[in-house]
Ligand binder design. Structure first.
Ligand SMILES: [Zn+2]
Length: 238
């Protein structure tokens, strides 16, 4: 069961959140306190305060509230269902805000990809969709560790300037077998893949939009030739 066990220091920090603007040092301390020092299920008792900032704070603070709330909720397992129930209205407000931020688009092509992906992760977390969405952040490194969903062979997936392929993990690139990734046709993407790519295009995240066609495209297992969709492999991983 989730109980509110905030110590006085954390309550003081939460009290310093203001819709008129919150010092960045307060945000840093809140991250430390809530995300690193508290059990996440307990830290989710801060969702109402974060939702209030997301709904009515100044723009920079709104994103910070969304980001922290998304991280806390994503880490709240196994109490997620109870927390979603208890803070349903707050989560709804957070989802509304992050939806607005994503719809507003990006300031320039490929700017702040981490912020974009963090927003997408928060959105999917508030929606209780795609529990693997934290792994989207790895697109920034253009490299993800995955497992074949058929035989569980471990492999590295590269989606970057040096090419798009799967290869055996743990060896120099010139010594491994590479299997080319085949991107999905953007016009033929459906479901989550289509939705995420639309968000990337709207957010002017050209590189991520292209990477998503590979993530929702076609991969080949380096060990045994199994064919699969990388996003499905991420979803199947524990
Ligand atoms: Zn396989």
């Amino acid at each position: 069961m989730v109980v509110n066990r905030f110590d006085p220091e954390t309550l003081v920090l939460l009290g310093r959140l203001s819709i008129a603007g919150t010092d960045s040092a307060v945000w840093e301390e809140l991250w430390n306190e809530l995300y690193h020092r508290h059990d996440s299920a307990v830290a989710c008792a801060a969702l109402p305060e974060l939702a209030a900032i997301a709904a009515g704070g100044v723009p920079g603070d709104r994103y910070r509230a969304v980001s922290l709330a998304g991280a806390l909720l994503a880490a709240a397992d196994p109490y997620t269902a109870e927390i979603r129930d208890r803070y349903a209205e707050d989560i709804c407000a957070l989802l509304t805000e992050v939806g607005s931020e994503l719809a507003a688009g990006g300031p320039a092509i490929d700017s702040e990809p981490v912020v974009f992906l963090d927003r997408v992760h928060a959105m999917l977390t508030f929606e209780d969709a795609a529990g693997w969405s934290h792994r989207l952040l790895e697109l920034v490194e253009a490299e993800l560790e995955i497992e074949c969903p058929v035989c569980w062979a471990a492999m590295t997936m590269h989606i970057g300037a040096s090419g798009s392929f799967t290869c055996t993990s743990g060896y120099p690139l010139d010594k491994v077998t590479k299997r080319q990734l085949i991107p999905a046709n953007p016009d033929q993407l459906t479901g989550l893949g289509a939705r995420l790519r639309r968000l990337a295009v709207a957010g002017r995240q050209a590189t991520i939009a292209r990477q998503l066609t590979f993530l929702f495209g076609h991969a080949v297992c380096t060990e045994n030739g199994h064919e699969f969709t990388p996003a499905d492999a991420l979803a199947a991983m524990p």
